[in-house]
Design a binder for this molecule. Structure first.
Ligand SMILES: [Ca+2]
Ligand SMILES: [Ca+2]
Ligand SMILES: [Ca+2]
Ligand SMILES: [Ca+2]
Length: 321
């Protein structure tokens, strides 16, 4: 029980505490105020970092590749070392056009996707063309893409309507987006003996896509164009696809083959992409043998007679078309 003399003291102490609290809560913010002409703290000091980890930065570019995986079917699938390299290569890119899937049972693409997704990393998906070609030796195309960075516009993928039969394997066309970059790919594996004609006719494919959607200029041609050697004069200027406005970013001195030094594999951009989303000078050949330190030539040739080619595109720019 409190004694009578203690009570006033207690009231005093409690009141003093409340006053102190009140002053603390309403005290003027003195940070940055000059005391005796010296700032207490530098005024322009940046705000302190929050304790929690900053969110990882969104990727601002994607890598788009084209890779002819020579005769990709049952025989190749059985080679574990080759498949491991193919999985590794695919995972370097956000979007890959794969060519030369030769498999009448049509099980190679789903099986390859399964192997890619068993490996560590983001989930991939694919869209695949029907088997194409004039003879019984037919090939399919597939677009494999990282589902975390690339979206496929559902239902957009289709084979070019080749009414005059100018293509042995008609271009496989599909629309994708990543951030603010939406674009249409025209994947093609050109027939070597008809290279100049088929390559020239790609301008008609571009024109037909533009006619269907005149406001979207990001149309990218990619694939094994057989655009070198005895099939095609890369130094020429007379092919319709060599006209101004078509930017061949895989340049003639690049070697895209594992056995020869031809520049068969190409990527061709229109101004709409070349002068906007394309990361200047980013087109490269992916020399997987050098990068992975593979010295066994037979193993390199088992993977393919081609190297992948790829380019980078900005995805954080305003969507200009
Ligand atoms: Ca045809
Ligand atoms: Ca676009
Ligand atoms: Ca060349
Ligand atoms: Ca564009």
């Amino acid at each position: 029980m409190l004694r009578k003399r203690t009570l006033p003291w207690l009231i005093f102490v409690v009141s003093a505490l409340f006053m102190l609290l009140g002053w603390y809560a309403t005290r003027p913010d003195l940070d940055g105020v000059e005391l005796d002409g010296v700032p207490e703290e530098p005024i322009d000091e940046p705000a302190p970092e929050p304790d929690d980890e900053p969110a990882p930065e969104e990727p601002t570019t994607i890598k788009v590749a084209a890779f002819n995986i020579q005769i990709f079917g049952r025989t190749k699938r059985k080679k574990e070392d080759v498949m491991a390299i193919l999985v590794n290569i695919t995972r370097q890119f956000d979007l890959v056009l794969i060519q030369e899937i030769r498999d009448s049972s049509e099980t190679t693409a789903p099986l390859f996707l399964e192997m890619i997704n068993e490996a560590e990393g983001p989930e991939y998906a694919y869209v695949r063309s029907p088997r194409l070609g004039r003879t019984t030796s037919k090939e399919a195309y597939a677009y494999l893409y990282n589902t975390e960075t690339v979206t496929h516009e559902e239902g957009s993928d289709h084979v070019y309507n080749d009414t005059d039969d100018v293509f042995e394997r008609e271009p496989y066309i599909a629309t994708f987006s990543s951030g603010g970059f939406d674009f249409t790919l025209v994947g093609i594996h050109i027939k070597p003996d008809d290279a100049p004609q088929e390559i020239g006719n790609l301008t008609l494919v571009v024109a037909s896509i533009l006619a269907a959607d005149p406001d979207e200029g990001d149309i990218i041609i990619l694939g094994d164009l057989n655009a070198d050697g005895s099939y095609f004069n890369e130094d020429g200027t007379s092919n319709p696809l060599q006209a101004a406005g078509y930017h061949w970013t895989v340049t003639d001195e690049m070697d895209t083959m594992t056995k020869t030094d031809w520049t068969y594999d190409r990527m061709i951009l229109l101004d709409a992409t070349y002068s906007h989303e394309y990361v200047d000078g980013s087109t490269q050949v992916y020399y997987f043998d050098q990068i992975y330190g593979i010295t066994d030539e037979e193993l390199v040739w088992d993977v393919s007679d081609h190297y992948p080619v790829y380019a980078e595109f900005s995805t954080n720019l305003p969507d200009d078309d």
